[in-house]
Design a protein. Structure first.
Length: 292
């Protein structure tokens, strides 16, 4: 789920600078690809070497090799948030756009190269996070009847299906590469922790047991690793994922067990809201921030 940065005020006189970076998960080597004197968020890593990110309601494509940066045409959808996901064949991109009529987030699909979006979720708010490997289903977080739960819907429209229904916030649903599981984060035990369930919503199982608030689990394309964002306990409310915090990116085996620290950085909201693994599962893209 995207919580707009408008909700959080910067310290007086401060402005945000964003750094688009990649890290090798085996060696820990980091590389800054570009810096921006504005907020950019949530890079998707494409198989042809581009990072698709959002900024100021628009989508952009950054070429890792040439550093060429270009706007993706999204028609009327000029209030896109950081919940955007590529289709398995990468020909389409699904976005979460705040509709002009009521400013609520709804999910749309358009060609990755740009085009006019097609509405998928008439009900709002709906915040996209996952696209099934077979291309048939979207998974998302949605508020219905005053509660945020995880839902799925046919990728090109249809009836939504509710998968979770417990008190607390369930968010960040993302499919495993084999399509058998959906990973998500939930406050149902107090702190925000990482969970996994079968793709039909059955066998909801807690995966992390840490004294931190853990968000946005992303499974590597080879299915072996999971990276997530961790806030310090007490630094944020369990259901809150604000920007401009000292956070960690942590990594663990997809079969469970102890996690390990990948990197400490200043970030949070916008850092890794979407899956930003490289196609070969060796690197991860992310955004860190500085206040000036």
């Amino acid at each position: 789920m995207d919580q707009s940065n408008e909700k959080y005020s910067l310290p007086k006189g401060k402005k945000t600078k964003s750094f688009l970076e990649i890290i090798n998960i085996e060696t820990g080597e980091r590389k800054t690809l570009a810096s921006f004197h504005k907020v950019i968020e949530a890079p998707n890593w494409t198989r042809d070497g581009k990072l698709i990110y959002n900024s100021d309601g628009h989508l952009y494509s950054f070429d890792i090799n040439t550093h060429e940066n270009g706007l993706i045409e999204t028609g009327f959808a000029t209030s896109c948030n950081n919940d955007h996901v590529l289709s398995p064949d990468e020909s389409q991109i699904a976005i979460s756009h705040h509709t002009a009529l009521d400013h609520q987030s709804r999910i749309y699909i358009l060609p990755t190269k740009g085009g006019i979006p097609t509405l998928i979720t008439p009900m709002a708010p709906s915040y996209l996070h996952g696209w099934s490997p077979d291309g048939k289903t979207l998974a998302y977080c949605a508020e219905r009847n005053g509660q945020y739960d995880i839902y799925t819907i046919p990728a090109y429209g249809g009836e939504e299906k509710q998968l979770t229904d417990l008190p607390g916030l369930d968010d960040g649903p993302e499919y495993s590469p084999d399509g058998k599981h959906i990973w998500f984060n939930s406050t149902r035990t107090g702190l925000m922790q990482i969970w996994r369930m079968n793709a039909d919503g059955s066998e909801q199982t807690r995966v992390t047991f840490e004294e931190s608030n853990n968000w946005f689990p992303h499974v590597s394309p080879d299915g072996e690793k999971v990276v997530y964002l961790a806030y310090k306990k007490g630094d944020v409310e369990p259901g809150d994922h604000p920007p401009n915090k000292d956070v960690e990116l942590r990594i663990m085996s997809s079969t469970g067990g102890e996690s390990s620290l990948l990197i400490k950085l200043f970030g949070g909201q916008g850092t890794i809201n979407v899956n930003s693994w490289s196609p070969d599962s060796k690197q991860l893209a992310f955004v860190r921030y500085e206040l000036h």
